[in-house]
Structures are given as structure tokens and as C-alpha cells.
Design a protein around this ligand. Structure first.
Ligand code: AMP
Ligand code: ZN
Length: 118
């Protein structure tokens, strides 16, 4: 790959507002939030999209999923949130380094009824 903004965040070449970091991933606040709480959970390994995951990546996928409640707790939204992957341009993916969106509307008592485009 040539240059990748999320690899640059993983490698601390560009700054981000990190919530959680471990051996497998970093989670940080989205710079242009599409919801009151909008976090990106990004594996340290560069994989272009969900379509490119292989069996070798099972530990990475597991790490992403296990990070979800930890991140949700850290940002105070464990009682309700959405998680989403955009896949490919037609799926809204703009950055070709796989990432999970975690979105929440903590001040909306009934939660968000519609799936927001992210
Ligand atoms: P996607 O459209 O699924 O590829 O999502 C990419 C997301 O990355 C968007 O929600 C952007 O706002 C977000 N983003 C882009 N650059 C940065 C950055 N430097 N720090 C944090 N979030 C970013
Ligand atoms: Zn990358």
C-alpha cells in the first residue's frame, strides 16, 4: 500500500483522540462525527476492507469484537449503541483500512430509530 491515514494513526505519525489501545487495535474519536458519540475501532494490521479478511485474521476480528463493549463503557454508552462496517465505495467506505464505526445517541431517551449513514 502507498499511504494510509489509519496506518499513520496506528503508528502515531498523525494525532488522534485515542480511547483504547492494545496489541491488536486502536479506538479513537471520529474527526467528523456523524452522531453525538462516534468512535472508530481500527486494527493495527492493514487490511483493506471486510472483504479482504482471511482465516489468519480471526484473532484480529475477535479483538475488534471484544473491544466493542470496552470502548462503549469507556465513552459511557454501554446501554445502547450501533456498530457498523462500511465496505467498498458503494457501501460508503472512504478509507481503505478496515474500521468499525461505533455510534451512539446517549441523550435520546428512545435511542436512534434510523440507521444513520456513516
Ligand atoms: P468510512 O467512510 O467508513 O471509510 O469512514 C471513514 C471515517 O474516518 C469517516 O467517518 C471520517 O470522518 C473518519 N476520519 C477521517 N480522517 C480521520 C482522522 N484523521 N481522525 C479521525 N477520523 C477520521
Ligand atoms: Zn492502513
Amino acid at each position: 500500500m502507498s499511504s494510509c491515514i489509519f496506518c499513520d494513526i496506528v503508528n502515531k505519525k498523525i494525532p488522534s483522540d485515542i480511547i483504547l489501545e492494545n496489541d491488536a487495535l486502536v479506538a479513537f474519536h471520529d474527526i467528523r462525527p456523524k452522531a453525538p458519540v462516534h468512535v472508530l475501532i481500527v486494527p493495527k494490521k492493514h487490511v483493506a476492507s471486510v472483504n479482504e479478511f482471511t482465516k489468519e485474521d480471526v484473532p484480529v476480528i475477535a479483538a475488534l469484537m471484544f473491544a466493542v463493549p470496552v470502548v462503549a463503557e469507556a465513552v459511557g454508552v454501554k446501554d445502547g449503541y450501533k456498530i457498523a462496517f462500511n465496505v467498498g465505495r458503494k457501501g460508503g467506505q472512504l478509507i481503505d483500512h478496515v474500521h468499525m464505526h461505533l455510534l451512539a445517541w446517549p441523550d435520546s431517551p428512545e435511542g436512534k430509530k434510523e440507521v444513520a449513514p456513516v
